[in-house]
Design a protein around this ligand. Structure first.
Ligand SMILES: NC(=O)c1ccc[n+]([C@@H]2O[C@H](COP(=O)([O-])OP(=O)(O)OC[C@H]3O[C@@H](n4cnc5c(N)ncnc54)[C@H](OP(=O)(O)O)[C@@H]3O)[C@@H](O)[C@H]2O)c1
Length: 332
């Protein structure tokens, strides 16, 4: 049996190009004792993996070429040397961009039969849990407060905004097009959306946050963080989730002006977090998020492309803002 894979052919110089990837075909590995062979049915294309290629995600180790592109996927167990995972069952794990992969059982999460596996790439997966813990634990939103989120129409962002709405806050999303902004308000219940590409962005943000900002969920860093800092209320919280505005380049810009002065004057708590810190609480979080999905309070937007070969283009396009919600490559 053959396994098609997308390899990182060369580390990006400047912006990521589809030519940084190449297709390879290798024999399917067989699982040993305690190992599980998974056939990928879909994987997520996510912004954070660009930080891994840049070398700015220290937890991911040094960027390397000649290996399968990393990513979280869902799939079906084909053969198993681990009694916890029967053949035919469905799992989530670090499949990477390939048709088949072998894992230690401990690296996989079983997907209950009643759950849609695609939700494990969105609200019940890495990005949904990131939204949940970053907003609720780091952000600590209180009813009636204002929550601002950047990359608001993306995978993490559209979930953050809806969770903030569920917690009865005023929600302001920042995104890169008026079309995305209109969708956030009309479909997802955001109170306002602001386009950071507009010349009048800072004024529009001021108008959208008349009572200031109590929680800023920062997916982007860069000039949006710079603008948010000036809208923060005394005692505000900034949840530093990611820096997508600075990933797709060899020359990331320095952080914004006003730090630490603004943090001191307004007693702002600005805190970075990584999802892995919350591993002990994933099951509880999944139960609550699934409850919101079932009740219809939380909508999961998925932006699907088809076929392994379409992944590099889907990634380049995501970094340019082409996605709405979670971008998923389907192989089934
Ligand atoms: N801390 C953690 O544990 C953790 C875990 C998972 C993800 N993350 C972070 O979460 C963030 C969102 O990831 P995601 O997978 O959900 O990606 P995503 O938001 O679905 O996609 C990236 C989005 O970033 C926006 N963007 C691109 N260039 C930008 C720029 N220069 N300025 C502002 N926005 C820009 C684009 O939307 P526009 O149209 O709005 O420009 C694009 O759609 C990333 O920073 C990622 O690193 C952190």
């Amino acid at each position: 049996m053959e396994n098609k894979q997308i390899l990182i052919d060369s580390l990006p110089q400047g912006k990521l190009q589809t030519s940084d990837y190449r297709l390879a075909t290798v024999p399917v590995e067989q699982p040993g004792e305690g190992e599980v062979l998974v056939r990928t049915t879909a994987f997520a294309v996510t912004a954070g993996t660009r930080a891994g290629l840049q070398g700015s995600a220290s937890y991911a180790g040094a960027p390397t070429s000649g290996i399968v592109m990393n990513g979280t996927g869902v799939g079906e167990v084909v053969a198993s040397g681990d009694p916890a995972f029967a053949a035919g069952s469905r799992v989530m794990g670090p499949t990477g961009w390939q048709q088949y992969s072998v894992h230690k059982g401990a690296a996989l999460t079983a997907i209950p039969a009643e759950h849609d596996p695609i939700h494990y790439l969105g609200p019940l997966g890495v990005n949904g849990l990131t939204a949940y813990f970053g907003l609720l634990d780091v952000g600590q939103p209180q009813a009636g407060q204002t929550v601002m989120v950047s990359a608001a129409a993306g995978s993490v962002g559209h979930l953050v905004g809806q969770m903030a709405r569920i917690k009865q806050t005023r929600v302001v999303g920042v995104c890169g097009s008026d079309e995305k902004g209109a969708l956030l308000v009309s479909r997802l219940g955001f109170d306002a959306a602001v386009n950071y590409k507009d010349a009048g962005f800072r004024d529009a943000l001021k108008q959208a946050t008349p009572d200031g900002v109590d929680v800023y969920f920062d997916n982007t860093g860069g000039m949006i963080l710079g603008a948010a800092l000036f809208r923060m209320n005394v005692g505000g919280r900034i949840a530093c989730c990611g820096v997508v505005s600075q990933y797709d380049t060899d020359r990331p810009e320095p952080g914004p002006k006003g730090i630490p002065g603004l943090l001191i004057n307004k007693r702002i708590n600005m805190r970075g977090f990584l999802l892995f810190d919350y591993a002990q609480q994933y099951a509880q979080a999944r139960r609550e998020i699934n409850g919101w999905l079932q009740s219809g309070e939380l909508l999961s937007l998925t932006d699907e492309v088809h076929g392994l070969e379409s992944a590099p283009e889907a990634f380049v396009n995501l970094l340019a803002g082409g996605n709405i919600g979670t971008r998923v490559v389907r192989l089934d």
